[in-house]
Design a protein around this ligand. Structure first.
Ligand code: AP5
Ligand code: MG
Length: 223
């Protein structure tokens, strides 16, 4: 199953992606996580990406295209994947569609986690992430079992640099301008599904499992 997760910054894409990936046994591919890993390793890509990310801007399309193509050609993506944070512009969506078309393939679903802008700020400012495995927590709504410690790998959790209130406003504007048009892009292709992202994390996950199980019934690669 090939799935794209859509939703504003802070909508819960990363939170749900972890559970979806485990449940449906497909790799979770987050371009944000890939960039953060490059930043922590001090690579050339990381240095360039950091300038844009810290300012709440998108990394230029050109830097994302080869990266995503390489990742999707890896062995573990053979039977599907869950994309989180890619595509983020119409240029990226066209690139992905063309890449799949060359393989006589297509996406199965673009799943929107719908959360209104007003609800986002609290989520993002309270977020803590694991710099090692990418797991996402929230001080109030989803704290780690042991204070400041990742449940999965035991690293100390941190606040993302782009999670300051000023940068979040910029990220939300960028989302409205450049990423929101993808909702109609995928609606026109009849693969858009949507879940209410304002509910509790496990309720949203239950809704997602229902939606994606239905999608999987029609997925030829599972036969
Ligand atoms: P990226 O890492 O993708 O960030 P984002 O899209 O801004 O999304 P977030 O990770 O902030 O939110 P999320 O939806 O994953 O929410 P989460 O689950 O953590 O990208 C970062 C930057 O990288 C971009 O700004 C850009 O510069 C660059 N970039 C990445 N990909 C790119 C691309 N393709 N092209 C160009 N540039 C690119 O949840 C948020 C918080 O809410 C957490 O604390 C969580 O615990 C809590 N929470 C989750 N669900 C609930 C709930 N139901 N109720 C209460 N709290 C909840
Ligand atoms: Mg995320």
């Amino acid at each position: 199953m090939k799935i794209v997760l859509l939703g504003a910054p802070g909508a819960g894409k990363g939170t749900q992606a972890q559970s979806i990936s485990k449940y449906f046994n497909i790799p979770h591919i987050s371009t944000g996580d890939i960039f953060r890993k490059n930043i922590s390793e001090g690579t050339k890509l990381g240095k360039t990406a950091k300038r844009y990310m810290d300012a709440g801007q998108l990394v230029p399309d050109q830097l994302t295209l080869d990266l995503i193509e390489d990742r999707l050609n890896q062995e573990d993506c053979h039977r599907g994947y869950l994309l989180d944070g890619y595509p983020r512009t119409v240029v990226q969506a066209d690139f992905l569609e063309e890449m799949l078309r060359r393989k006589h393939d297509q996406l199965d679903c673009a799943l929107l986690i719908a959360v209104p802008r007003e609800a986002i700020l609290d989520r993002i400012t309270g977020r803590r992430i694991c710099p090692s495995c990418g797991a996402s927590y929230h001080l109030k709504h989803n704290p780690p079992l042991k204070k400041d410690t990742c449940d999965i790998c035991g690293h100390q959790v941190i606040q993302r640099l782009d999670d300051k209130a000023e940068t979040v406003e910029e990220r939300l504007d960028v989302y409205d301008e450049q990423t929101k048009p993808l909702i109609s892009f995928y609606d026109e292709r009849c693969i858009l599904k949507s879940v209410d992202g304002t509910r509790a994390i496990n309720q949203i996950f239950n809704d997602i499992v229902k939606v994606l199980s239905e999608v999987r019934l029609h997925d030829h690669t599972q036969e």
